[in-house]
Design a protein around this ligand. Sequence first.
Ligand code: SAH
Ligand code: SF4
Ligand code: F3S
Length: 486
Amino acid sequence: MNEEIFKKTLEQLDTTMEPPIKEPNRQYYFIKKLIDLIDKKSKEKGRPLTYCVVTFGCQMNAKDSEKLAGILKTVGYKESKSEKADFVIYNTCTVRENANTKVYGRLGYLGNLKSKDPGMMIAVCGCMMQEKHVVEKINTSYRFVDIMFGTHNIYMLAELLYMRLTNPSKKPLTVIYDEADKIVEDLPSEFKYSFKAGVNIMYGCNNFCSYCIVPYVRGRERSRKACDIIREVEELASKGIVEIMLLGQNVNSYGNDLDDKITFAKLLREVSKVEGIRRIRFMTPHPKDLSDELIEEIAVNDKVCKHVHLPLQSGSSDILQKMNRRYTKEAYLELVRKIKERIPNVSITTDIIVGFPGETEEDFNETIDVVKKAGYTSAYTFQYSVRNGTPAAQMPNHISEDVISERFNRLLDTIHTSTDEVIKKLTGLTLPVLCEEYNDEKATITGRLDNSLLVHFEGGRELLGQIINVRLDEQKGFYFLGHAEL
Ligand code: SAH
Ligand code: SF4
Ligand code: F3S
């Protein structure tokens, strides 16, 4: 968002008139009204009002939370690190059942806080809100919630907050669209870090993997225009951001829905031309359509991290078919081979689900086999969780929890052995790292390698945000101890 244009537009908006229909001006109008209202409330309280946004789930949600925080800061709230705040937002995830359970547990705790401070406001948003049974449950069992809004309504926070503050009611104000009607650009956003940031390149997913709820709660694929993405990256670079992560559920299909045809590989090239940006990451490509053009771009583009997150999900071609992943074990391994051949020292990471309905011991052993052959740097593993409304929920032969958990442990062992071998090979090398965190007590820095692994080394706070060479002296499981070679 261009701050000057934003400020000018706010100045020109007449808040005594009806709100504009068009976005983002409609939200600007409510932002302007909120600035006065929050100022008044802060004066009444004798201190600034505080907010706390708690994020569950993936990078998409993390990015949405930054947008929510950006609006709250703009209207005058100060951030609170704890949930003892004037306005708490839970940005929820529903990819597995335990994500939902966590949110309900925490909501109970928030209810207690609110009973001691009735002026507190509570909003729940994000992926869980797109499910009718969740909304019903909150309406009946968590009546202290003030606002519920969905994944397609994130941009409306200013409007919803203003409505609630000026029209208190005993029922939650609920605004949940089933589908996104538009992409709203140019709203304020907050940044968790001053040197790295995520950038949405597309929203939603069209893949409908049979176990996955994401397409139902995030809607169909919508790509942002390349010019809007580049403009955002340029603005980030001008603020000192050096690393960006391009975000989408399936980045390979970026651009398919745009009038100006553009591939993800071309977008990477364009983004890498932005001065000041030194590292580019992306999440997530789908193995079924990862193009040679993209492999080539990763190989030749110095700014693109040599890291490919390539979700396997299962190593069994039968299970993959039932999962609607549209690749086979052999095609996946061939892709891994091709990537490694073209990009030496590339790091490949993955996601795996254990216990998909109908998974036999042989199927599971195929997964173990791929783990041994692929040479992952790290792997995220999940126990299959039934999501109502997805095709897999209706499939026969659901696997018992005992079997899932036994296989899960076996998989973890195999992963540890194989990632250990891959990571060990890096010991002794000197590699560039982005200095991400400063540890006060030990006066050490935590830096991130191109492949996403962490290394701890002695260094001062002034290194934060810099990319420097670090020698990886010693491997400690999933991370390294090292020293800076300045
Ligand atoms: N779009 C990304 C990530 C989606 S969600 C992709 O396609 O890889 C992140 C991970 O959660 C998935 O990769 C999958 O491994 C896991 N996951 C999704 N649905 C699940 C379910 N019902 N049970 C267990 N794990 C699941
Ligand atoms: Fe879910 Fe598959 Fe889409 Fe990933 S690609 S979000 S796993 S449906
Ligand atoms: Fe969860 Fe929604 Fe992400 S369901 S994994 S937060 S897209």
